[in-house]
Design a binder for this molecule. Structure first.
Ligand code: C5P
Length: 427
């Protein structure tokens, strides 16, 4: 079930009784989309605003409400939910729940979970402006701040009580950004049992704008036939997923592949041809990027005059030839236009002989910061979801050999190496 498998930081979303609870449904969805595992607990009051079923569907996990297992809901063990989580997010956080947390009360599922949970807590308060300004709430907030609680908002805006003032819950996107920041500070051990490997220095990719290209391109011969290659997109998709898990804002530019879009992409552009990929990369770099990871196997040539109707064999006869012309070299021609922006550029090279020397030649010819040479000489290095070995090269030569690894393990390891080699440790 979505949201219950531990592939990334685990978020316990605690929903308390304010009208802003409706915005927390969207927050749950954003968290899931961003690749977090999410479970939810609600106070009784919260269930009056939003049905637990909504969160159950969005997170794919039972919602904890009832400490006693009465009223038809399972008596979810609050200790196991508290143990499961890496981060607790209280949104909306009412004055009542904040005060209980500050005072150490444990009289419902949410307050009990907060007391049983030892990890980092993010709170997004939402309440009437007078309640927010009350000396009692001020004191509660000061106590919670002192204990390390991270507050998001409240912001100013239209309140349900009819006034426009401070007390409005921050927007879900803002809360997500705070959760991402907190997630980046989690000790590696907190994520140890994650199925997907974590990065050595996750902070290095936090908030970085990363454009990843992946897959082959398909160059049309006629409306039904095309010229393509054997790239499956596995490596590019694994890199895009790993970067997003590390908090990067990833734009994935993908040729036609049979893979699901990884969770948490900031943008996805589907293209068919090398020319379309060139345009998409141009646009993505124009919008601002810190890294371009050019993993796609872009066709070097494209049919000069694709036929508008299906070519017929009785017309073509026993033999025919296809005239091909060069596709734009994205790294060689498009990327240099954006070089002054400071974007770091990573190319890929598939070579069958003289792997290192040829890859170094490409790095120099295309003016790349890094090139990742696929070591096809290594056993099991190839297309698709198989073990793979790469050699990372910089302008001064060889930087790292991955050894044979699964692509989903290789991707975060490669990102860590890239960040370290670029001197970017995220601080
Ligand atoms: O020179 P070669 O095509 O082998 O270089 C491979 C690298 O160049 C890859 O990173 C690939 O994505 C990129 N490339 C490109 N534009 C092309 C062909 C390849 O940017 N037309």
């Amino acid at each position: 079930m979505a949201g219950t498998t531990g592939t990334s930081p685990r978020i316990l979303l605690l929903v308390t009784g304010g009208i802003a609870a409706y915005k927390s449904c969207y927050l749950a969805r954003l968290l899931v989309q961003a690749g977090f595992s999410v479970r939810c607990a609600m106070t009784d009051a919260a269930t009056r605003f939003v049905s637990p079923m909504t969160f159950e569907v969005l997170t794919g996990a039972p919602v904890a409400i009832d400490l006693w297992g009465e009223r038809g809901t399972a008596a979810l063990d609050h200790i196991s939910y508290a143990r499961w989580a890496d981060i607790a997010v209280v949104a909306p956080a009412t004055a009542n729940t904040m005060a209980k947390a500050a005072g150490g009360l444990a009289d419902n599922m949410v307050s009990t979970l907060l007391l049983a949970f030892p990890g980092p807590v993010v709170m997004a308060p939402a309440m009437n402006d007078n309640m927010w300004r009350h000396a009692a709430t001020r004191a509660v907030r000061a106590t919670l701040l002192e204990r390390g609680v991270r507050f998001v908002g409240p912001g100013e805006g239209f309140l349900a009580c009819g006034t426009t003032d401070e007390g409005r819950m921050s927007e879900p996107e803002e809360i997500l950004a705070a959760v991402r920041e907190v997630a980046a500070t989690l000790p590696a051990r907190a994520l140890e049992d994650a199925a997907a490997p974590a990065l050595a220095a996750p902070g290095a990719w936090l908030g970085r704008r990363v454009v990843v290209t992946a897959g082959p391109t398909c160059e049309p011969i006629d409306p039904v036939r095309y010229v393509a290659n054997r790239s499956t997109g596995a490596m590019g998709y694994a890199l895009a997923a790993a970067a997003a898990r590390a908090g990067a804002q990833v734009t994935l530019v993908s040729g036609p592949v049979a893979l699901p879009v990884p969770r948490g992409m900031a943008g996805i552009v589907h293209v068919e041809t090398g020319r379309q990929m060139a345009e998409a990369v141009d646009a993505a770099l124009g919008a601002g990027a810190d890294w371009l990871v050019m993993c796609a196997a872009v066709a070097d040539f494209t049919p000069a005059e694709p036929a508008t109707g299906k070519l017929k064999k009785d017309v073509l006869g026993d033999e025919w030839s296809l005239r091909m012309v060069r596709n734009p070299d994205i790294l060689g021609e498009v990327v240099p236009r954006h070089r002054q922006s400071g974007v770091k550029v990573v190319g890929f090279a598939l070579e069958t002989e003289d792997v290192v020397a040829r890859a170094m030649g490409k790095l120099r010819a295309k003016g790349l910061d890094f090139i990742v040479a696929n070591n096809t000489a290594a056993a099991g290095s190839g297309f698709g979801d198989v073990e793979h070995e790469v050699i990372l090269l910089g302008p001064a030569g060889e930087l790292w050999r991955s050894g044979s690894q699964r692509k989903d393990a290789l991707a975060p390891a490669l990102l860590s190496q890239l960040a370290a080699a670029a001197g970017d440790d995220g601080r």
